[in-house]
Design a protein around this ligand. Structure first.
Ligand code: AHG
Ligand code: MN
Ligand code: MN
Length: 313
């Protein structure tokens, strides 16, 4: 039985998507065993950027690297690897990944995920990824939660699959996800309030004022700490997400990585009818200059993301 129904996958990309699905299913099984296997949340070192690496970060990275190599992928860029890895000479595609997103949630049985972005490979490793986000040919995330889900786009809508534990394959759940235009929820790490810029503070205060304020409606607040979980919730029932730049040292351009977090999520969100910006400018019009660069990230329901841009004046 194929690991995913090939019907809606461009044939050239099928081996890559199959490798991502097979690896995702394997990682899902490891996560499901939690402490019965190895200590997945144990600290094992630091990545090139000084982020703490947990056992599962490294394990997921190794598995995706191996899976993509067997699928003939030419270049692999990962949050856990300082440089782009050359896998298969002559391969058609270059894949960037956050192999394990939401590492702070590994030990607490809260949804974590894998994010990926696919480009057609160029001759050079770096130039395959340092290019306009609009040149992605596919993007997606796998969410390891109560269900293991795959959201996937090739630029013709965002598809949703569920890993069926009965068959071990990803089955189509939604042909075309639609992100609602209006929102009832917003997400931002409020512990950083004292470091925010004025427009971000203004947006949050507008939401907090609720029905009594200019917005004229109540807004609920959510923060999971896993971008994948947050994106899936927002794709499903609307809302906004902000990880803006703030005044802390090292957060001049926010926290999230352009190449393997921001760009693929922006592609998925826009293909579902939402908007994704750095606060003002659409992410898909931006070009990464460095592999691990960070970008402020705002996305979600169209009306809200437009309002946030307006507040940035
Ligand atoms: P990662 O686990 O890959 O480092 O990513 C964590 C990210 C993202 O999932 C989440 O939205 C954000 O970091 C949480 O940041 P704070 O800890 O600052 O809230
Ligand atoms: Mn991440
Ligand atoms: Mn990660």
């Amino acid at each position: 039985m194929p690991v995913i129904d090939p019907a809606r996958i461009p044939s050239d990309l099928l081996p890559v998507v199959e490798a991502l699905c097979a690896t995702g299913a394997e990682v899902a099984r490891i996560i499901a065993r939690g402490p019965l296997g190895q200590a997945l949340g144990a600290g094992v070192g630091e990545n090139s950027d000084g982020d703490q690496q947990k056992a599962l970060d490294v394990l997921a990275d190794e598995k995706f690297e191996a899976g993509l190599r067997s699928a003939g992928v030419r270049f692999y860029a990962s949050e856990e690897q300082e440089e782009v890895l050359s896998l298969v000479p002559g391969g058609k595609y270059a894949v960037a990944a956050d192999p394990l997103d939401g590492s702070s949630n590994i030990d607490v049985n809260v949804t974590i995920g894998t994010i990926f972005s696919v480009f057609e490979a160029k001759e050079g490793a770096d130039e395959s990824f340092l290019r306009p986000a609009s040149e992605q040919v596919a993007a997606g995330y796998i969410a390891y939660g109560p269900q293991c889900l795959l959201a996937l786009t090739f630029g013709e809508g965002t598809q949703l699959y569920v890993l069926d534990p009965e068959t071990g394959a990803f089955a189509l759940a939604e042909e075309k996800m639609t992100l609602p235009e209006a929102a009832k929820e917003f997400s931002i790490n409020s512990s950083n309030r004292r470091h925010w810029t004025a427009p971000v503070l203004a947006y949050v205060e507008e939401n907090e004022a609720g029905a009594e304020g200019a917005k004229g409606k109540n807004m609920n607040f959510r923060w999971v700490g896993s971008l994948v979980a947050e994106t899936h919730r927002i794709l499903t029932r609307g809302g906004t997400f902000l990880y803006p730049s703030d005044a802390r040292a090292g957060y001049e351009t926010g926290r999230l990585r352009m190449v393997y977090e921001v760009a693929p999520m922006a592609f998925l969100v826009e293909q579902a009818g939402g908007l994704a910006t750095d606060g003002v400018t659409p992410i898909l019009s931006l070009t990464a200059e460095k592999l691990h660069e960070r970008r402020p990230f705002v996305f979600g329901s169209r009306q809200e993301v437009e309002r946030i841009a307006e507040l940035h004046g």
